[in-house]
Design a protein. Sequence first.
Length: 427
Amino acid sequence: MTQPAPEFCASLRPRLLVLDDDPVMREIIAVLAERQGFASRMAGNPAEFFSELERWKPTHVTIDLVMPTQDGIEVLRELASRACPAAIVIISSMDLKVLDSARRVASERGLQIVGVLAKPFKHDALRELLGLAMPAIGSARVAAEQATGMTVSRPIIEEALREAQFILHFQPKVSLTSGAVVGIEVLVRWQHPLLGLVMPDRFITELERNGSIGLLTQQVIADAMAWFAASGIGDRMTLAVNVSAHDLNSLVLADDLHRRCADLGIDPARVVLELTETGAMKYPETALATLTRLRIKGFGLSIDDFGTGYSSMVQLARLPFSSMKIDKSFVMSMCDSAESRKIVTSIISLGHSLGLSIVAEGVESIASARLLRAAGCDVAQGYEIAAPMDARALAAWLQAWDAQAFAAALDVAGPLDLAAMELMPCT
Ligand code: G
Ligand code: G
Ligand code: MN
C-alpha cells in the first residue's frame, strides 16, 4: 500500500486545541486525542487559547468551563462572535445542569457543540465525542482542507449541494408597534462534515468569485420556499432571502421565483429579496433591469446593510426597493453613541420619504428597540428578539413569542425625546 507524502497526511489530520487551566487534565485530553489521530495543542488560559486559535485554526476544541481569569461562557461568546467553525466539546466539573445551559448558550449562538462532559469523564466518552465530528469520506476531507484555506472550488460546492450540506437558519423580524412577527429571514449555513457549522461570511465571497454563487442561491430559494409553503405562516409573514449582486445578472431569477410561487401557492408579495447596498450598486444597469422585473412580478425588494455603501440618494431613488435595512453597526451602537443615533434617525426619515418600510437589524437590547420605535422605525430584527436558528427551534420560538409583552416593553410613558437621549446613558 502506498503512503501519501507525510506533509499531506499532516495537513489532513484533524487538529484539537485544548483549553484547560489544569495542566494534568490538558495532557490527558491531548494524549487521548493524539491516540485517535489528532494533532493537538494546549492552552492554559483564554488569551493563549485565542492566539493559538487564530494561528493554528483547529478543527476541534475542548473548553473547560471554570477558569480563574475568564469563565468558559465568555470564551464561548467570544468564539461565537468570531464565528468559530470548530467542533466544540465542553468539559467541566460543574453539574450537568450548568453544562447543559452552557451548551444551549453556545448552540443558540451558532457554535457547533458536539457534546458536554462532566469531570471526571470516561476516556471512551471523550473519544466518542471527538469521533462524532470526524469526516466520513475522503473527498469531504479534501473539501474541509480547502475550506479552511478558503479556496472553495466549484466541484466542492457541487458536492456539498449534492450532499445537502447547506442548511437554512431563520431569524424573525417583528413589528415595533404591535410586536407581531412580520417576517422571517433565511440565512444559509454550511454544515460541513469536518469543520462543523460554517457561517456564510466565510464562503459567500469565494462563491461569488468563482462563479458558483448562483448554484447556492437556487438551492436556498428552492428550500426556503418549500419550507415557507409548508409552514403555513404565509398569510401573515414574509419570507426574506439574501441574494448576491451576481444573481441579478441571471435573467432566469425572476421567472424561476415566479414559477415557484405559482407551484407552491405563495403570494409573490410575501417574498422579499435582500440585496446589500454595495451589491445593488455593483452592476447598476443589470441590477435596475432585474430588480424592476422582480418588482413588476410583485416581489418585495430590500436594500440590506444600508449605511455601509456610500450610495447617493439619487442612486438609491433610482432602484425600485420596497424596504430598507439599517446596517447593524449603527443600530448596535445606538445606545452608546449620539452619532449613531443621528445616523439611524436620518436613515429612517430618508427611507420613509422614499416610501420604504424600515427594518433595523442588530437590535440587541430593549433600550435600542425603544429608541428605534420612538424614531419611527417599523420593524426590528436582532438578538434581543431572536438569533438565527434552525427550523425546529424557530417553530418553538414562534409558539412562545409574546407580541403583546414585547410591545408593552417598548411602551414608555410619553414619547421618547431623542434629543434628550443624547445626554442619557441607555440601560
Ligand atoms: O448569520 P449571518 O452570518 O448569517 O450572515 C452573514 C451574511 O451572509 C449576511 O449579511 C447575509 O447577507 C449573507 N448571507 C446569508 N445567507 C445568504 C444566502 O443564502 N445567500 C447570500 N448571497 N448571502 C447570504
Ligand atoms: O443579511 P444580513 O447582513 O442582514 O445578515 C444579518 C447578519 O447579522 C447575520 O450574520 C446575523 O447572524 C447577524 N445578526 C443578526 N442579529 C444580530 C444582532 O442582534 N447582533 C449581531 N451582532 N449580529 C446579528
Ligand atoms: Mn440580510
